[in-house]
Design a binder for this molecule. Structure first.
Ligand SMILES: Nc1ncnc2c1ncn2[C@@H]1O[C@H](COP(=O)(O)OP(=O)(O)OP(=O)(O)O)[C@@H](O)[C@H]1O
Ligand SMILES: [Mg+2]
Length: 262
C-alpha cells in the first residue's frame, strides 16, 4: 500500500538495537524510523524497552549492537552531549528543569552565553542580559504565557515547568526532540499546553518522538505510532486506520497489525 510517508525524508533510523542488563534483554534487535517533520509516538507496556530505546538514540546509553543513522550518516553517541551537538534534544520526565534556577538560566543551562571581560577572551562572564532577552524570545515564539524570565522555576506550575523544558529543547534542537512521557505528571490543562507546544515545534519542521501511555493524547497528536513489545518494534500504525483498543491489543500481543505505516 502506498503511504504518504513514502515521499518523506528519513531523518533518523536505527536498526537492530540490542541492549541487555545481565539476564534482562531491554532491547532485542529493535528498529525505529522517524521522518522529517513528523510526530512519532512510542507506546508499549511497562518494560517493553521504550525508555531504553530513546536512551540509545539520545546518547544516554550505548547499545550492545545495532546501528543508528542520523540524516543518512552513521552515528555513535557515547553521551547525551554528543547527541545534542548533532541536533538531538531530549526531555526527560524527571530532572527536566532545575527548580532553584530562574527560567532564563534553565533555558541556557550548560550552554550559557558568555562575553569577554576586560581581561580578554579567556576569562569570560555570563551574559545575563543576552540570556534574558533570548529566553523571552524563545518563550514568545512558542507562545508560552510566562511574564518574567527571572521567575524561579520552583514557583511555576507543573505544566509551566514542563513547558520550560520543552521550550529549551525546541530552542536548541536542529533535527529532533525526544520526549519521555512529557505529560505523565500533568493535569488536563497543563497537558494540553504541552501538546500544543509539541504541535508548534512540528510546525517549525522539526521531528518529534514522544513516549506516552495516554492513548487519547497519542491518537490526538501522532502522525504514526510505533508499538514496542518485548524489546522490539512490533508494528507501526497510522492512528487514522486503527482504534485505540486495537493499538492496545497489538501492544499486549493479543492482535497483529493488518497494515504497517512504516
Ligand atoms: N539500568 C538498568 N538495569 C537493569 N535493567 C534495566 C535497566 N534499565 C532498564 N532495565 C530493564 O529493561 C527493560 C526495559 O526497560 P525500559 O525502562 O526501557 O522500559 P519502558 O518500556 O520504558 O517501561 P515503562 O513504560 O515502565 O517506562 C525492563 O525489564 C527493565 O527492568
Ligand atoms: Mg520508560
Amino acid at each position: 500500500m502506498k503511504h504518504a510517508s513514502m515521499n518523506k525524508k528519513v531523518i533518523l533510523e536505527a536498526k537492530g538495537l540490542t541492549k541487555t542488563y545481565g539476564h534482562v534483554t531491554a532491547l532485542n534487535k529493535a528498529d525505529i524510523k522517524l521522518y522529517k517533520g513528523e510526530i512519532l509516538a512510542i507506546i508499549g507496556d511497562n518494560g517493553a524497552g521504550k525508555s531504553t530505546l530513546i536512551k540509545a538514540l539520545s546518547g544516554a546509553l550505548v547499545p550492545d549492537s545495532g546501528v543508528i543513522f542520523l540524516d543518512g550518516k552513521k552515528v555513535h553517541f557515547k553521551n547525551p552531549s554528543q547527541a545534542r551537538a548533532r541536533g538531538i534534544e531530549t526531555v526527560y520526565q524527571d530532572l527536566a528543569v532545575a527548580p532553584a534556577l530562574n527560567i532564563a538560566d534553565n533555558l541556557f543551562l550548560g550552554r550559557e552565553i558568555l562575553r569577554p571581560n576586560f581581561l580578554g577572551k579567556i576569562f569570560r562572564l555570563r551574559h545575563t542580559a543576552a540570556m534574558l532577552h533570548q529566553a523571552k524570545q524563545h518563550m514568545e515564539e512558542l507562545k508560552i504565557g510566562i511574564q518574567s524570565m527571572r521567575q524561579e522555576v520552583s514557583t511555576l506550575s507543573g505544566g509551566q515547568r514542563q513547558a520550560v523544558a520543552v521550550c529549551r529543547s525546541a530552542a536548541f534542537a536542529r533535527h529532533l526532540i525526544i520526549m519521555d512521557e512529557p505529560t505523565a505528571a500533568l493535569g488536563v490543562k497543563e497537558s494540553s499546553l504541552v501538546l500544543e507546544l509539541i504541535r508548534k515545534i512540528k510546525s517549525r519542521g522539526l521531528s518529534i518522538i514522544v513516549i506516552s501511555h495516554n492513548m487519547p493524547q497519542v491518537f490526538a497528536i501522532a502522525d504514526r505510532i510505533h508499538i514496542q513489545r518485548l524489546g522490539q518494534r512490533e508494528a507501526v500504525i497510522n492512528p487514522k486506520h486503527y482504534s485505540m483498543s486495537d493499538a492496545v491489543a497489538i501492544m499486549t500481543g493479543s492482535k497483529k497489525a493488518h497494515t504497517q505505516a512504516a
